[in-house]
Design a protein. Structure first.
Length: 255
C-alpha cells in the first residue's frame, strides 16, 4: 500500500508515525466520509472518533517533528464534540501531535457545535488529542453562533454574530473573547468595545476597554417588550460600520 503525496507514491514507512497510526485505525477514511457528507459551511460532523486530527489534503510534507498539509479539510475533537476545520495550509511542530500547536493559514473556516469562526489565520492548541483553544486573527476575524435549544433558563438561544481583530475560543470555559475593534450582536442588543467576552452557555456578555484606556463601550438596545420580535440586525453583513449612538450612550428603540 502506498500514499500519494503531491502526486508521488510514498511508502508508509516514510510517513510520520502518528499519521500511520491514524491511517491504520481508519481515521483518514472516516474523515473523508464525514467531510464528503457535509456541505461547505455546514455544522461540524457529530460522529465521534479517537484520533488527534483526521484530514484530507492535496499535499503533505512530513518529518519527524514537523508536518505541513496543503488545502486541508479536517475533523478534530473538542470537549463539546467534533470540529470541522478548513484552510489553505496547516502546520504543526513537535514529536507528539496529540499535544501540539497547529497554525492554519488562508481562508480559515472552523465549524463546531457552538458556532463558526472565519479568519485569515488560526492557532489551534491540542491537548490529549482534544482541541482546547482556538485563536483566530483576520481582517477581521468573524464569529457566528447559531440558535440552539436547551439554552440557559430553558429558552432557545438567538443567533449571535461578532467580529474583531482577534477572536479566542476557550473550550473549557465555553467562552469567546473578541479583542480589538470588537462588535457583537444577537439581533436584540449591539455592543461595540475594545474587548468583548461572550459565554456561549449562559449567553452572557462582558464588554470593557483595555486596561488604562479611556475608550467607552457603545451599545444599542432594541425592542424587547413581550410579544415583539427583535429586529434582524444579526443578519446584516458583520463588516458594516459599527453603530454609534449619539454621544456614545445606549439608546432604546420605541415599540
Amino acid at each position: 500500500m502506498y500514499w500519494y503525496v503531491e502526486g508521488r507514491p510514498i511508502a508508509p514507512g516514510r510517513l510520520r508515525a502518528s499519521v500511520l497510526a491514524a491511517a491504520a485505525a481508519g481515521c483518514i477514511v472516516a474523515a473523508a466520509s464525514l467531510l464528503a457528507a457535509a456541505p461547505a459551511r455546514s455544522a461540524a460532523p457529530s460522529t465521534p472518533f479517537n484520533e488527534s486530527l483526521c484530514y484530507n489534503a492535496t499535499g503533505l510534507q512530513a518529518a519527524r517533528d514537523h508536518l505541513v498539509l496543503i488545502n486541508i479539510d479536517a475533523v478534530g475533537n473538542t470537549a463539546n464534540g467534533p470540529a470541522h476545520l478548513r484552510a489553505d495550509r496547516a502546520e504543526a511542530t513537535g514529536t507528539d501531535f496529540g499535544n501540539s500547536r497547529w497554525v492554519f493559514t488562508g481562508h480559515v473556516h472552523i465549524d463546531m457545535k457552538e458556532g463558526r469562526l472565519q479568519a485569515a489565520t488560526a492557532t489551534v492548541q491540542l491537548q490529549d488529542k482534544h482541541i482546547v483553544s482556538i485563536m483566530a486573527d483576520g481582517l477581521p476575524a468573524q464569529f457566528e453562533r447559531l440558535p440552539q435549544n436547551g439554552a440557559a433558563g430553558g429558552a432557545a438561544s438567538l443567533t449571535v454574530h461578532g467580529h474583531a481583530d482577534a477572536i479566542t475560543y476557550n473550550v473549557g470555559k465555553n467562552e469567546v473573547q473578541l479583542n480589538g475593534d470588537s462588535w457583537l450582536t444577537d439581533g436584540c442588543n449591539d455592543f461595540t468595545s475594545q474587548r468583548i467576552t461572550y459565554n456561549l452557555a449562559a449567553q452572557s456578555v462582558l464588554a470593557n476597554a483595555e486596561p488604562g484606556s479611556s475608550a467607552l463601550v457603545h451599545g444599542i438596545i432594541r425592542n424587547t417588550h413581550p410579544g415583539t420580535t427583535c429586529t434582524a440586525a444579526a443578519a446584516r453583513d458583520t463588516q458594516d460600520t459599527h453603530p454609534q449612538p449619539p454621544g456614545g450612550a445606549a439608546q432604546a428603540a420605541r415599540p
